[in-house]
Design a protein around this ligand. Structure first.
Ligand SMILES: [Mn+2]
Length: 424
């Protein structure tokens, strides 16, 4: 299904007057609103192919119907999101869930929908039906060299698929680790993993990046072989300049100071990408910004500070992706909420008065420093984001258009109520 530009404009007409009033009110209080608008127009968040279906828990899955049945329909769904919010212009594929059997056809379809190919994701955390050796006891860390080789070959195959589509990065997330003390020799597991990663790294094209994602626990519950940013950084430092650490918000132990982690990784030129989600207890896969919006703002504050210090391009120099999988919401509505939450935190961080903050820090003026951050966080920037969308031909209120146009009902009719998208 597609939403025509004229339909979006019709909806915008209805909200235009109220929107303009709100925008002018907020813009009057901000010095560099044109610069901020341009940043917002440039910023794109990749949608992972596995977020378009209803995710499950380990207890059950309740599909909502109308889910994409193949890669083509996944691309159509993201095209639809992008038409509404103009900030979802990239797709991140997962192999083997989304093998592009006809790359030129897939590329053409993505271009028609205004989408680029973000990082490719490999999968050695589950066994595929036709797979020779099992990953039950790990993949790249495995005690059996043949299993390690299988995992390496798979990652190299994923790079090849990505090259055909015009992607330029590979994300490696390993579920490797141990669930019981004594199960694993930590040092040997690290060394095996490093050697495996080195073989994949050697297969990277010159202009590619490799992201090493870490996770504190699950599916292994005693140790993870890439368990935190320190371990990821050890690997990426040993691998070389094309290797970067990838931070996924949900992959930390409770209360970790993620904003400090991203600040230091940026300083070390080792932050490569970012996965957005939110959590109350663990890797809950909840909608980014739904539980801890202030933390999200603080993270963006450090990201901007760190990127600006190195003259990095906000939109292009880091890989931004949503990584969540919801089990009760309409996945497309959830993704609209996710992108909105990210844009809000980004815009709030953009309006932080960095000069005054730096002065306050240098004067040990703790109260003023807090005031500066909280002033930005408490500013309602939604009209600025809507204005950026409007200027790019998107919807002032994407979610309302989605509902009024009865998108899910159309998808249900088109695809049926029993479709289940590939994924977990
Ligand atoms: Mn992730």
């Amino acid at each position: 299904m597609k939403i025509e530009k004229e339909k979006i404009q019709q909806h915008n007409q209805f909200f235009l007057k109220e929107h303009k009033n709100r925008f002018e009110f907020i813009a009057a209080g901000i010095n560099n609103v044109l610069v901020i608008l341009q940043h917002l127009k440039d910023f794109q968040v990749a949608i992972p192919s596995w977020a378009l279906g209803t995710g499950g828990t380990r207890f059950a899955r309740f599909p909502g119907g109308g889910e994409p049945r193949n890669l083509e329909e996944k691309i159509e769904d993201i095209g639809l999101l992008n038409a509404l919010n103009t900030s979802s212009g990239a797709i991140s594929l997962h192999i083997p869930w989304d093998i592009p059997s006809n790359a030129s056809h897939i590329q053409k379809l993505a271009a028609e929908n205004g989408l680029k190919f973000d990082a490719m994701n490999s999968n050695t955390f589950q066994d595929q039906p036709d797979q020779k050796l099992s990953y039950k006891f790990g993949s790249m860390q495995h005690v059996d060299k043949a299993v390690r080789k299988q995992a390496i070959d798979h990652n190299i195959e994923v790079i090849k698929y990505g090259m055909e589509l015009g992607s330029s990065s590979l994300t490696v997330w390993l579920s490797d680790g141990s669930s019981f003390p004594g199960q694993l020799n930590f040092r040997k597991a690290f060394q095996n993993t490093l050697e495996s990663l080195q073989e994949v790294y050697a297969a990277l094209p010159a202009d590619w990046k490799m992201f090493v994602e870490y996770k504190a626990y699950e599916p292994n519950f005693y140790s993870m072989t890439v368990g935190d940013w320190g371990q990821s950084l050890l690997y990426t430092n040993k691998l070389g300049d094309k290797a970067y650490t990838l931070v996924d918000l949900g992959h930390h132990l409770p209360n970790a100071n993620i904003e400090q982690i991203v600040a230091l990784l940026l300083m070390e030129k080792k932050l490569g990408g970012f996965h957005f989600n939110d959590s109350k207890y663990g890797d809950d896969d909840l909608t980014v910004g739904s539980i801890r919006p202030y933390q999200l703002f603080l993270i963006f504050n450090e990201l901007i500070e760190g990127m600006d210090a190195r003259n990095m391009h906000h939109a292009n120099d880091l890989a931004w992706m949503i990584d969540a999988s919801h089990n009760i919401k309409d996945p497309l509505e959830d993704l609209l909420q996710s992108v909105e939450a990210i844009m809000i935190a980004y815009a709030q961080a953009l309006i932080v008065d960095r000069k005054k903050l730096s002065e306050a820090q240098n004067n040990n003026d703790v109260v003023t420093a807090q005031e500066i951050l909280q002033h930005a966080f408490r500013t309602d920037v939604r009209a600025i984001i809507a204005e950026a969308r409007l200027q790019k031909g998107g919807a002032i209120s994407p979610l309302i258009v989605y509902r009024n146009e009865k998108v899910r009902e159309h998808l249900l009719k088109e695809r049926g109520s029993k479709t289940i998208a590939t994924g977990l």
